[in-house]
Design a protein around this ligand. Structure first.
Ligand SMILES: Cc1ncc(COP(=O)(O)O)c(C=O)c1O
Length: 388
């Protein structure tokens, strides 16, 4: 008997897994691999945050917590937004989840029906597409120009009566681009006019450079009638393995998501939540140091890419990715990525996984040392002319 559900036909393996496995094999053979594929900070979790987690464990705070999260963390989330002039009630408008991924999935489950269209501002993180398909809804790409700027006509053309949600992600994975305030207002106006919900994935919002300040969708839609913000601690506080994320939205959506959480994961891990509260209320200097270091690396990687003939690489304002275009080389992103890995040990993510239109791009994460960035780009500069 075949036990596999039909849903599994819509849940593929991660598009980057093949690269990752190959990189591991080569590394085991003793080859030096330059890891530009990683989507997580290479910094350790700040010490004060680690200590708060350990303290919670030692105090025996190891039981189930309320499904929405522990009060000190809900307060800390409310307080961190209040300090930016954004007001909501942590007890009603927030749910804490095991990672932002779970906040997204519960959010989709609470708002999208089978058969709905969900617009994705593309290029888009592949997880959105997979989750939407798993729910038997249809992801529809809306392409952006250059550094994640909206093409108003292209967006309006994709809006129909079957659209129930639009996903935006600023700063964006994979381009590092950011949405302007005007673009965010346009999205909100369209959401009001056509009555759909905007999923605003703001997980990279604190990783911004050149003094840029990322506006939250909550500033544009304070009533949260058409907005669900998704965020978390993985990127801002180098806490990927702790699994801690959250959603901020209107009372009804958050209550529905709490029902989903009660019946699935129950809650985020208890000690992780105490660590998260410290991450928001404690000393923030290690975050500032991380951002400074990322900015330095971004400047170096974009400069070195643009020195290579035939590559166009924009200088993005946020996250820790660049998304150079290799169109001049005439190969698919999967072929290029495999070639770079096998020949010169450069591991990157093929652009095709972020949307069909991006198959001439590769995503390079600069969440790796400056030394590896410089060496890796030098290898690439020497290798590329051999395949032209
Ligand atoms: C755009 C985006 N949103 C959400 C996440 C998920 O974060 P978490 O580790 O909190 O599940 C990621 C992780 O790569 C991401 O790139």
């Amino acid at each position: 008997m075949d036990w596999t559900s039909h849903t599994m036909e819509r849940i593929p393996e991660s598009g980057t897994l093949k690269m990752f496995d190959l990189a591991k094999r080569l590394e085991n053979e003793g080859k030096k691999i330059y890891h530009f594929e990683v989507g997580q900070p290479d910094f350790p979790t700040p010490e004060n945050v680690v200590n708060a987690g350990i303290e919670a464990l030692k105090k025996g705070l190891t039981r189930y917590t309320p499904a929405r999260g522990i009060p000190p963390l809900l307060d800390a989330i409310e307080g961190s937004y209040k300090s930016r002039g954004i007001d909501f009630d942590g007890t009603k408008n927030v749910i804490v989840t095991p990672g932002a991924k779970m906040a997204l999935f519960a959010g989709f489950l609470a708002t999208i029906d089978a058969g709905d269209d969900v617009l994705l501002l593309a290029p888009a993180w592949p997880t959105y597409r997979v989750m939407i398909r798993a729910l038997n809804a249809k992801p529809v790409d809306v392409h952006t120009n250059g550094n994640y700027a909206i093409d108003e006509e292209a967006l309006k053309n994709k809006i129909s009566r079957t659209v129930s949600a639009l996903v935006i992600n600023t700063p964006n994975n994979p381009t590092g681009g950011v949405l302007s305030n005007d673009n965010m207002k346009l999205i909100h106006d369209l959401a009001e006019d056509h009555d759909f919900v905007v999923f605003s994935d703001e997980i990279y919002e604190s990783l911004v450079y050149d003094g840029f300040k990322q506006t939250s969708m909550l500033e544009i839609d304070p009533t949260m009638e058409h907005t669900l913000v998704i965020s978390g601690f993985s990127k801002s506080h180098a806490m990927t393995g702790w699994r801690l994320g959250y959603a901020i939205g209107n009372d009804e959506t958050i209550s529905n998501m709490a029902r989903i959480q009660q019946n699935t994961t129950s809650c985020a891990a208890s000690f992780t939540q105490y660590a998260g509260a410290k991450a928001l209320t404690g000393d923030q200097s290690s975050i500032e140091r991380m951002v400074e270091e990322y900015q330095k690396r971004r400047d170096v990687i974009t400069r070195l890419f643009n020195e290579i003939e035939g590559i166009a690489c924009l200088n993005p304002k946020g996250a820790f990715y660049v998304f150079p275009n290799f169109v001049e080389y005439g190969l698919s992103s999967a072929t290029l990525a495999e070639l770079f890995l096998k020949k010169i040990g450069i591991c990157s993510s093929p652009g095709g996984v972020f949307g069909e239109k991006y198959d001439s791009y590769l995503r390079f994460s600069y969440s790796t040392s400056l030394e590896d960035i410089e060496e890796g780009m030098s290898l690439l500069a020497k290798f590329l002319p051999t395949i032209r």
